[in-house]
Each structure stands twice: as structure tokens, then as C-alpha cells.
Design a protein around this ligand. Structure first.
Ligand SMILES: [Zn+2]
Length: 381
């Protein structure tokens, strides 16, 4: 076949080979060696593109982050591709509940949809452009984050500082729904740790003297989750509980991690007030609430919507209309969108089942999404 010169070429199997290499390197946020192995791969990939590399050592017990920069035709500020290489899947998931496998159009694996698949596809999109002898219009930087799945506590400041040096932020987090919708806004996320203290006693001999922190927490959890207001889109959920030492000891300590979602600014204040007001149901127990990392509200600005319009035009030429919207799942795009930097999120692959053992991407989305990203690198000015 006669391929015209200077046209980037795309091969779905080639993209999938690269994705397989990344997905089969397990990298749960808490597994520093795994996350850093992923950072080695990202660094090597960006180096092969001729990028200048900055690798920042991990802080607070998290993995490193890697930033790779490529020059554009014009000087900066340029385009930042922002994404994470940590996943929620523990080491061993790959050999057990979620092996890498293809079943028709679906390709399964830990973190394939959220978001190693998207991050690799974005890299491939830039690589094919460069291999065709083209230079992106603006400089393009890739920032690979190590702790997104726990709220990016150690990297928020770094992300914000790097994003401020750029004109646009593209986030290849999972595309939404059946049309592969892009994300032009995200709800705020607030995390809390609730700690309950009880009163000690031997659970066999002197049970009535003790006050169980677990029993108190059980009631607190029901009270916390009952504050969910589906009509206004405000949710409270407890995802992690820890408590007790031995079965024959009345548990004196129990902690719970709470994730709250706020679709609008006033809901954030309401959630903070409600969580601060938690009080013991059994007056002989104590309840303490600590606020954790917050993902600020990312509201669709005019500039972000203009960025979407540009993407829609490119997608139309490829042959699809993604659509867009605001969604509940948080990402590092919350930080940059909240700063007012035009941010287009959800640019990753189509699929479903993020954070579950059904996590998969659609093979048929690999090439169209790569082309969309190349189009953005080519045209954003
Ligand atoms: Zn993600």
C-alpha cells in the first residue's frame, strides 16, 4: 500500500503490545518497587522519543514521578499530558482475579482502563507523530504520577507547579460511556479518617466493663453513609475499616476511611460541617475526625469547553462524536481544572470496570483514541 509520507501510522496490535508490557508490571500505589519499575519504563519510553527527562524522587513513602519534555514548533507554554501509573490492584491480581487477556473486543488487566492503557496510547500518539517527521505545534510534556489512586497526597503541589507552566492539560483517564465521552468537569472529592476509642476489658470475663470501638464504629458507619443525598449527588462512603487486636479483647480502637463526593461548591462546606459534627453514639466512646486529601471542584470553564470543541472537530474527522460532561470520579485533572488551566480529561481508552476485577478496555478504541491525541498535539496552539 502506498502510505503518503509524513502521515503518522497506527497499528492496534502494536499499541496493545506496549499496553501489555505496562499492565503486566503490577504497580499498586503502596508498592514502591512496582511503581518505580513503571517509572523506569515511562522514563525509557520518553528517552527514546528524545525527551528531556526530569525524575523526582518519591516523597512520604510513595513512588517517583517522571516528567518528559519534547520541543514544539513554537516556544512554550505548551501541552501537559497528565496521568498516573499507580493502580488500585494489589500485586498478584494479575495471576489470580484479573489476568491480562483478550476476549473479542475486550482486553482485561489491572489498571488497563485506569489508566495505563490511556497513558501508553498518549505516548504512542506522540511517538507516531514524531516518527512521521512532524513536530507538535506546542511543546509537549508528559507527567507520570505515582500516588493518584490515594488522592495524590504527595504530588499535588508538584502537579500544580508543573501544570502552571503549561497552556493546556490533557488527561488520558478512562473515557466515559458508550461514545467515549470526554470529561470537562469533575466533582470534588473529600477524604476523612474517623477514629473511635472505646474502653478496654477482657471480652470473655469482663465484657460489660468494656466499650467496643468496633460496635461504636458500626453505628457511625451507618450514620455516615445515611447522609448520602442521591438527589443532590452528594455521597458518603466508607471504604476501609480497621479495628481490634485479639478476639478475646474488647477492641479499644477502630478507624474508618471515608470518601465524600461534592458536585458543587456548597456541598463541600456541607460535607465538612457534617463530618466535623460526628459525635459518639455511646457517650463512653470518643470519635475523632481528621480531614484527608481533597480533590477540588473542576468546573467546566469556557476555555475547557473550547478545548473540547477542538477535540470534537478532530474526532469528527476520524469518524466519531465523543460528547462530554462532568463526572463523579476524581482525577489529577481536578487540580488543574480548579486552577483554571484549560483541562480536557477522559481522553484515554474506552472500556469499563475501573477498580474492579472486570476492568477492561475496548480494542476497537485503541486507534481512534491515539489519532485523537495526535490530532491535539498537532493542532493546539
Ligand atoms: Zn485514574
Amino acid at each position: 500500500m502506498n502510505v503518503p509520507r509524513n502521515q503518522p501510522t497506527y497499528d492496534a496490535d502494536e499499541i496493545l503490545d506496549g499496553i501489555r508490557d505496562w499492565v503486566t508490571t503490577e504497580s499498586p500505589t503502596v508498592h514502591i518497587e512496582g511503581v518505580n519499575r513503571m517509572m523506569d519504563k515511562a522514563e525509557a519510553a520518553m528517552t527514546r522519543l528524545g525527551a528531556s527527562i526530569e525524575r523526582l524522587p518519591g516523597i512520604d513513602g510513595y513512588g517517583d514521578i517522571v516528567i518528559g519534555r519534547i520541543d514544539g514548533r513554537q516556544p512554550g507554554p505548551g501541552v501537559l499530558v497528565l496521568g498516573h501509573l499507580d493502580t488500585v490492584h494489589m500485586v498478584g491480581t494479575l495471576d489470580d482475579e484479573l489476568p491480562f487477556r483478550r476476549d473479542g473486543d475486550r482486553v482485561y488487566g489491572p489498571g488497563i482502563y485506569d489508566m495505563k492503557g490511556g497513558m501508553f496510547t498518549a505516548y504512542y500518539a506522540l511517538r507516531q507523530l514524531l516518527r512521521a517527521g512532524e513536530t507538535p505545534e506546542l511543546p509537549v510534556s508528559f507527567m507520570f504520577v505515582s500516588d493518584e489512586e490515594v488522592g495524590s497526597p504527595s504530588n499535588r503541589v508538584r502537579i500544580e507547579a508543573v501544570a502552571k507552566q503549561h497552556k493546556y492539560v490533557l488527561v488520558p483517564e478512562p473515557a466515559k460511556g458508550e461514545t467515549g465521552m470526554l470529561v470537562t468537569g469533575r466533582y470534588a472529592f473529600l477524604r476523612f479518617i474517623v477514629r473511635v476509642c472505646g474502653k478496654p476489658a477482657h471480652a470473655g470475663a469482663q465484657l460489660t466493663r468494656g466499650r467496643s470501638a468496633i460496635a461504636e464504629m458500626a453505628q457511625q458507619i451507618l450514620a455516615i453513609e445515611a447522609m448520602t443525598d442521591r438527589e443532590r449527588g452528594i455521597t458518603y462512603s466508607v471504604g476501609v475499616v480497621e479495628g481490634g487486636t485479639f478476639v478475646n479483647v474488647v477492641p479499644i480502637a477502630c478507624s474508618a476511611q471515608v470518601l465524600c463526593v461534592a458536585p458543587f461548591a456548597e456541598a463541600m462546606d456541607e460535607i465538612r460541617a457534617n463530618m466535623a459534627a460526628l459525635s459518639p453514639i455511646n457517650p463512653e466512646c470518643t470519635v475523632d475526625v481528621e480531614a484527608g486529601p481533597v480533590r477540588p471542584l473542576f468546573e467546566p470553564s469556557e476555555e475547557t469547553l473550547a478545548l473540547y470543541a477542538e477535540a470534537e472537530k478532530i474526532a469528527g474527522e476520524i469518524g466519531f462524536v465523543p460528547g462530554h460532561g462532568s463526572f463523579g470520579g476524581g482525577s489529577d485533572g481536578n487540580f488543574t481544572g480548579a486552577l483554571g488551566i484549560p483541562t480536557l480529561d477522559g481522553l484515554g481508552l474506552m472500556g469499563d470496570g475501573a477498580h474492579t476485577h472486570e476492568e477492561h478496555v475496548l480494542y476497537s478504541s485503541l486507534v481512534p483514541r491515539a489519532k485523537l491525541l495526535t490530532g491535539l498535539f498537532r493542532t493546539l496552539t
